[in-house]
Design a protein around this ligand. Structure first.
Ligand SMILES: CC(C)(COP(=O)(O)OP(=O)(O)OC[C@H]1O[C@@H](n2cnc3c(N)ncnc32)[C@H](O)[C@@H]1OP(=O)(O)O)[C@@H](O)C(=O)NCCC(=O)NCCS
Length: 289
């Protein structure tokens, strides 16, 4: 095996190397597919480490959000190259590049990752749970005559993106556009009269469909969106729900969801969040923000 200092961090990941990157996702048991890597290739940056044969054996990705902050994710190291310091070196490179660009690095950590990131200067901000529903579980129903849930179309897109930017703390229209159409059953918005009261998108995955983001004005809207999507999704579903959203958490438990793992949103050198806790129900995912 190459000595760790001989293993260079390079960028970008080449399209021809997407299969290598997907092999790392499979090894870790994660849910991403090639379409997710392509989002990082087109809207962010993918750092890689290659072995002596040119095979990609470690990755990290950054995704800037509108000039203020940026995500770090997809930190993956192939089994036989672990504990050589590659993840730490990749993290430092991402942090250095983002800091040089004036962006606050943000990430979502598993309990094991959290200790490593704390040592790098990241601070806890808030927490959420990865919830999973097996295939064909019963869906909870809801009825509220004042909420009009309907598929997202071009007539609402601009207003929806503005609503999202206010809730997320940055415009992420290009990311949302890349999600749109990947899980049509989840492409929903909620209107009260002519006003956007919430919306949801989703994406297909290696293991499960993933619902997120779910941005809504209140629990009734969030549940109305969820009920409509879940009734149309027969397969397994992932959803990353903010811990603070307890009523919707109980509703999801009744719909067959169980907690898979806790995640902590962390920011470098600060704990104050950029987004609006009231409207943030489910994040896009730990890899995207
Ligand atoms: C987590 C992962 C990226 C670590 O990669 P790595 O290159 O082996 O990590 P490093 O060698 O840079 O380790 C940095 C530090 O992280 C901690 N660490 C790494 N792996 C660890 C493990 N299995 N158990 C406990 N601590 C661990 C240690 O503190 C380590 O420092 P040390 O070796 O000096 O003790 C790798 O195991 C992996 O790909 N796992 C699956 C995907 C994943 O969980 N990614 C992180 C999501 S938050």
């Amino acid at each position: 095996m190459a000595r760790s200092e001989e293993l260079k961090i390079e960028t970008p990941l080449r399209v021809a190397e997407l299969a290598d990157a997907q092999a790392l996702v499979g090894e870790a048991g994660w849910n991403q597919i090639e379409a997710d890597w392509r989002i990082f290739l087109d809207l962010g940056r993918v750092y890689v480490v290659r072995d002596g044969n040119g095979r990609v054996i470690a990755t990290a990705a950054t995704l800037p959000h509108d000039g203020r902050f940026a995500w770090i994710s997809m930190v993956l190291v192939s089994g036989q190259f672990r504990r050589l310091g590659l993840a730490r070196r990749l993290m430092r490179r991402c942090i250095d590049d983002l800091s040089a660009a004036g962006l606050v690095p943000v990430l979502d950590a598993t309990p094991a990752g959290r200790e490593v990131y704390r040592a790098l200067g990241f601070q806890d901000s808030w927490s959420y749970q990865r919830l999973t529903r097996p295939a064909r579980a019963a869906s909870a129903e809801i009825a509220d005559g004042n909420i009009n849930v309907r598929p997202i179309d071009d007539t609402v897109w601009a207003a929806l993106c503005a609503y999202d930017a206010a809730a997320f703390g940055a415009s992420r229209e290009r990311l949302l556009a890349r999600l749109r159409g990947r899980l049509p059953a989840a492409d929903l918005c909620a209107l009260r009269g002519d006003t956007i009261a919430g919306f949801m998108l989703g994406r297909d995955g290696r293991i499960a469909s993933h619902i997120g983001p779910l941005i809504a004005g209140d629990d009734m809207v969030a549940q109305a969106l969820l009920a409509r999507a879940l009734a149309r999704l027969p397969g397994p579903v992932f959803l990353d729900l903010a811990d603070a959203k307890r009523a919707t958490g109980r509703w999801l438990a009744a719909a067959g969801f169980t907690p898979a793992r806790p995640l902590t949103r962390m920011l470098l050198g600060r704990s104050a969040r950029f987004d609006d806790p009231r409207r943030t129900y489910a994040v896009v995912g730990p890899e995207f923000g």
